[in-house]
Design a protein. Structure first.
Length: 482
């Protein structure tokens, strides 16, 4: 009789978790459960509240996905229209208070940009194409079957395909995202007192899709970063290429600095940032959608320290946003989920599904990847005015201070820039920034002078000037001929 696994959630975390389980020996029957009716193609859905906004798949996450799926995820994404961006020279980034990052000859790590809907759809197709023993079901999970020693299934509601109110399973993964009920479910089997920390900067995201202007197809990803150091609300914006010859433009503001939803207010917000480049790029571009705004807890940081729990049941693992949620502005959540799933694969290969202590080892391994992303997100968010979740700890302040120094150095030091790329791409642990060359750069500062204007190639400068002039002409015409 074959063994069965249940994965709760069919978003990115659930898909990579199912891919990890599909590599188990002997083969498992895998049931993928989600409350939503999954779309037939790359479309947004209710269960992914940040789906309308910018998503980045970092190099560490992509590398993990490549080991989880038989076919190349990278090739599938690029074939579907996603873009591959080199951190070293494929983007323009204005730092919080140190000027623009330079563009180096070295490419550095790469990241993938596309809509979240496309990423989930590509992963789902890759999973179903490669594994015949996976089935997808619409069902809401209400609790766990089992006790504090071992979980043996889930209780569900609204299930399709005759699943019934209880689904027995030899292994359960909660990958249900920010709305996870794991704390409640664990309480139902006698496990309580899990440590939790929440940091909420009150970030509001506003996004609009534009047609990529003619001639701007290769314009670099552009971002004006928020400033957590000046005591004012953080305000940022980015232009990133997505599938279908489109630009996704996302503006973000922490509590007190939220971007507006009306089109003119959205444009004015981008023009009023420390540099108006985002506004200049889009003021002459054709908008394809309205401005979509998402507020609330879907942008907060929340860490659940399951790996520290005094009790933990066998055969139950929590991964992705169900384990730790991050402010999506830092683009690390999907990659952390993939790296956690990679830990699951490794532990299954070494110890098997029934090996004692498997769940605890997976949680501890996944938590190590969480540590890197958590330090980045919380180290910045804790500094914004009006943040909820307590005052910065000494560790938070030290981390933020060194990050500020290293970022300043990275604007004019390749060694500092390379260290930042590796950590933010999740290809290295935070210890990477303490290696001698990076540490020296952080202590001595940038070797090259600060640049107040974006480092554009001549052809890119022509594109920006053309879009800015087109917008100015349109404005002049509308004033002259109301």
């Amino acid at each position: 009789m074959s063994q069965k696994a249940v994965v709760i959630g069919a978003g990115t975390a659930g898909l990579v978790a199912a891919a990890a389980l599909s590599r188990a020996e002997p083969a498992l029957e895998i049931l993928l459960l989600d409350r939503d009716e999954l779309p037939e193609g790359p479309e947004n859905r209710r269960g992914v509240p940040q789906g309308h906004h910018a998503h980045l798949l970092m190099a560490g996450g992509l590398s993990a996905m490549e080991t989880l799926f038989p076919d190349s995820v990278r090739d599938r994404l690029l074939a579907a229209g996603a873009h591959e961006i080199a951190l070293g020279n494929g983007m323009l980034a204005l730092t919080a208070d140190s000027g623009w990052f330079r563009r180096w000859r070295s490419n550095g790590p790469h990241m993938i940009t596309c809509t979240r809907a496309l990423l989930d759809w590509v992963l789902r197709q890759a999973l179903l194409d490669s594994c015949a023993n996976i089935s997808v079901h619409r069902a809401g999970v209400e609790g766990l079957l089992g006790n504090a020693r071992r979980v043996h299934g889930v209780r569900v509601s609204g299930a399709d395909d005759g699943l019934g109110p209880e689904v027995e399973a030899d292994f359960v993964v909660d990958a249900s995202g920010r709305g996870s009920g794991s704390l409640k479910w664990l309480g139902g089997i006698g496990i309580t007192g899990v440590e939790e920390r929440k940091i909420d900067s009150g970030l509001t995201n506003a996004t609009r899709i534009y047609r990529t202007p003619k001639g701007a197809e290769h314009f670099p990803l552009t971002v004006v970063q928020a400033n957590p150091y000046n005591g004012r609300p953080g305000r940022s914006a980015m232009v990133l290429p997505i599938e279908g010859d489109r630009w996704m433009v996302s503006a973000g503001g922490t509590r007190g600095g939220e971007p507006p939803q009306d089109p003119q207010g959205f444009l004015d917000y981008t023009l009023d940032l420390p540099h108006p480049i985002v506004g200049h790029l889009i003021s002459g571009a054709e908008a394809l959608t309205d401005v979509v705004v998402t507020r609330g807890r879907s942008t907060s940081n929340a860490r659940r320290y399951f790996e520290k729990s005094a009790q933990w049941p066998e055969r139950f693992v929590v991964l992705g946003d169900a384990l730790t949620t991050f402010n999506p502005a830092y683009g690390q959540g999907m990659s952390v989920a993939a790296l956690g799933a990679q830990v699951l694969t490794r532990e299954l290969r070494q110890h098997g599904l029934t090996g004692p202590g498997l769940s605890r080892r997976v949680l501890r391994g996944a938590a190590r990847h969480v540590d890197t992303a958590w330090a980045t997100a919380v180290g910045m968010d804790i500094l914004y005015p009006g943040v909820l979740g307590g005052e910065p700890t000494l560790t938070d302040r030290v981390t933020a201070h060194y990050a500020r120094r290293l970022t300043k150095a990275a604007t004019g030091s390749y060694d500092a820039a390379a260290a930042l790329w590796d950590v933010t791409s999740l290809t290295a642990t935070p210890a990477r920034v303490l290696r001698p060359k990076a540490l020296l750069a952080g202590l001595t500062g940038p070797f090259l002078p600060r640049t107040s204007e974006p480092p554009l190639w001549p052809a890119e400068r022509e594109v920006l000037d053309r879009l800015r002039k087109a917008a100015e002409n349109t404005t002049t015409s509308s004033v002259t001929h109301p």
